[in-house]
Design a protein around this ligand. Structure first.
Ligand SMILES: NC(=O)c1ccc[n+]([C@@H]2O[C@H](COP(=O)([O-])OP(=O)(O)OC[C@H]3O[C@@H](n4cnc5c(N)ncnc54)[C@H](OP(=O)(O)O)[C@@H]3O)[C@@H](O)[C@H]2O)c1
Length: 245
């Protein structure tokens, strides 16, 4: 497939590398000058593109930038694409990073808000996997204990397209329902970055309790802020499992 990725951070860069390695035609963009972007794209084995170029002539666009940057994308960038183009959102809301957003503080589902900002339907995916897990946790289909990622959205075809890409990057897929249901995979829920198999993730999504996650998310951030050293994948996993599940 032809894939454009906005953002070459921990998630966007890893997705670019893995999707290109799986045989997809990938281009990326970020906020850097052309020479720096070209260097990054070369390192990832993909093509560099400007923001307008990255969404042109593609089957799928991944938006993988901090949530607070989403409303600042050019108006119409994604809204005006052909309806068949699948737009996938990897973002999460962290008020400590994104500044407080009233609608989200008042409980609006994060990806529903993102869809409103972008002006088009989206699929939520890859938001509930640690970047370290995305780098190193993928395995071949059928591997016992294969880690799963959930996808949420209102368009079944779009979800299937993204599900196939998730499989290509080494993970099983769980259908988490509509975009409105995607609060069940937001930060602080049992399904958030806890490295579960498909049956375990299905149960974790069902176990989410409305309104509980923001407090747990903030508790986790507070504990991480108190640490003197950056947490490892194991540290993050242990914390997410002990507080979130
Ligand atoms: N890190 C994780 O473990 C993880 C896991 C799941 C989901 N997520 C979510 O996925 C999203 C991305 O996370 P991340 O950790 O990959 O972020 P990150 O490492 O901070 O990278 C963000 C990327 O977005 C780019 N960017 C920002 N504004 C942009 C704009 N207007 N146009 C084009 N590119 C822009 C940045 O460009 P520059 O390189 O030029 O600065 C950078 O490449 C966030 O919402 C995050 O919460 C993160």
């Amino acid at each position: 497939m032809k894939i454009g990725i906005i953002g070459t951070g921990s998630i966007g860069a890893t997705l670019a590398q893995k999707l290109a390695a799986a045989g997809h035609q990938v281009k990326v963009t970020n906020t850097r000058q052309p020479d720096e972007l070209a260097k990054k794209a070369r390192e990832l084995g993909v093509a560099p593109a400007t923001l307008p170029e990255v969404v042109q002539d593609v089957d799928v666009v991944f938006v993988s930038i901090p949530l607070h940057a989403i409303p600042k994308l050019p108006a119409g960038l994604l809204r005006d694409l052909p309806p068949a183009v699948v737009v996938a959102d990897t973002s999460n809301y962290y008020p400590q990073r994104d500044e407080k957003i009233d609608a989200l503080e008042n409980g609006q589902v994060e990806s529903v808000w993102v869809a409103e900002q972008l002006g088009r339907p989206i699929v939520k995916a890859y938001n509930n996997i640690l970047s370290q897990t995305l780098v190193a946790g993928g395995t071949a289909p059928g591997t016992p204990g294969r880690i799963a990622i959930s996808v949420a959205g209102d368009d079944e075809r779009a979800k299937q397209v993204v599900a196939a890409l998730i499989n290509d990057t080494g993970f099983d897929v769980v259908d988490a329902g509509s975009l409105a249901d995607s609060w069940r995979q937001q930060p602080g829920t049992p399904a958030y970055c806890t490295e579960l198999t498909a049956p375990e993730l299905t149960q974790a999504l069902a176990n989410a309790v409305p309104g509980k996650a923001p407090q747990i998310r903030d508790q986790i951030i507070a504990q991480l802020t108190q640490r003197g050293t950056p947490p490892t994948r194991e540290d993050l996993l242990a914390l997410n499992r002990s507080l979130g599940m």
